[in-house]
Design a protein around this ligand. Structure first.
Ligand code: PLP
Length: 355
């Protein structure tokens, strides 16, 4: 079983064992098969990781029905984002990002002299405003790079494939897309589809970034990947840190891909955690956005900072600040037992009038 605590164990947050619901990690832990792969590979880590890397590339490619030449490997998907920014951004270019969103593209692009254009989420639904982002590219003469996070972080909402595809398929040559699908494996909504099918269709104006840090629970081993046209992969690879794949991470990632029952179990546990949280939010009349990932964006009856501070006193780390969304909190979904503990603390806070 993936759980790191026995089923239905009473989780009691304390200073020594705080409840970490703040970084969208997968507290269910990694696949036992991945663990075994790491252990058996340890005596071989004096070698460079080429063979394990090649094996992983092959598996990742096959999953999408693409060739090895369509795959770029990163030290986490962060590095895939970094490569794309290095390859396409710089002075005289702009990066268009939703606001708020996961901000690594912005963090890499800014020091290169890239103009950063932030496009606010739609105020009513907190959905990414694609038409407004498109307008921002149309009114800019140079190269635009568009960062789309689907599902979006921090809101956990999705963009329908039809809308993303319509734009990417009709975009002019000076627009390149980074589609960040870090939470892809969690989505069950039929309106969603991975942008990998655009890569499959031969489009050269995008890279799809994915990670082993979320559903596969390998955040500390740092493995991510991207799908793009072979010429784009070559271009991105010139910006990769050479030998960026660590051997332990590569074998763990490969073994995880094979462990379908584990992934199913992990998804079921996340769904259960989500239900525990949404039941409590409904009971407490706190609104929330539909969650398509291992986290949920919900209202609190306080400023976000006060709420986080009050939960921290209870040894529950519930998130971090995001622009323009005061009164909301991004909560990572831990194990069902952890979320039961969260609900107890949330209700205690409500009793004190602080949530
Ligand atoms: N993209 C998104 C949307 C994320 O939320 C994260 C991590 O939280 C990452 C990318 C980075 O993940 P990693 O570098 O571990 O693959």
């Amino acid at each position: 079983a993936p759980a790191t605590t026995p089923a239905n164990a009473l989780v009691v947050p304390s200073a020594k064992t705080p409840l970490l619901l703040n970084f969208n990690e997968n507290s269910l832990g990694m696949s036992p098969k991945a663990q075994a792969a790491v252990v058996s590979e340890l005596p071989k880590v004096f070698r460079y990781p080429d063979d394990a890397r090649a094996d992983l590339v092959g598996k990742v490619a096959a999953r999408a029905g693409l060739t090895d030449k369509h795959v770029v490997i990163g030290n986490g998907s962060s590095e895939v984002i970094q490569m794309a920014i290095h390859a396409f951004c710089g002075k005289g270019t702009q990066l268009v990002v939703p606001d708020p969103t996961f901000n690594y593209a912005e963090l890499y692009a800014e020091p290169m002299g890239t103009k950063i254009t932030k496009v606010r989420l739609k105020p009513d639904t907190l959905q990414i405003d694609l038409p407004a982002m498109k307008k921002a590219t149309e009114s800019f003469k140079g190269q635009s790079v568009v960062y789309l996070c689907n599902p979006n972080n921090p809101t956990a909402t999705i963009l329908p494939a039809s809308e993303i595809e319509a734009w990417i398929n009709s975009a002019p040559d000076n627009v390149f897309f980074i589609v960040d699908e870090a939470y892809h494996e969690y989505v069950t909504d039929p309106r969603y589809a991975s942008a990998e099918r655009l890569v499959k269709a031969g489009r050269k104006n995008l890279v799809v970034a994915r990670t082993f840090s979320k559903i596969y629970a390998l955040a500390g081993l740092r493995v991510g990947y991207g799908y793009a046209a072979p010429e784009i992969v070559s271009k991105l690879d010139t910006w990769a840190s050479i030998d960026n794949t660590n051997l332990a991470g590569a074998v763990a990632a490969s073994a995880s891909l094979d462990d379908t029952p584990f992934i199913k179990q992990s998804l079921a546990a996340t769904a259960q955690s989500r239900r525990i949280v949404t039941d409590a939010l409904k009971e407490l009349k706190l609104a929330y956005l539909p969650s398509h990932a291992n986290f949920i964006f919900h209202r609190v009856n306080a400023s976000s900072a006060d709420y986080r501070a009050a939960m921290k006193v209870r040894h529950v780390m519930v998130g971090r600040p995001f622009d323009h969304t005061d009164g909301w909190n991004r909560l990572s979904l831990g194990t069902p037992d952890e979320m039961r503990a969260f609900v107890r603390e949330l209700k205690a806070l409500r009793a004190e009038g602080k949530a």
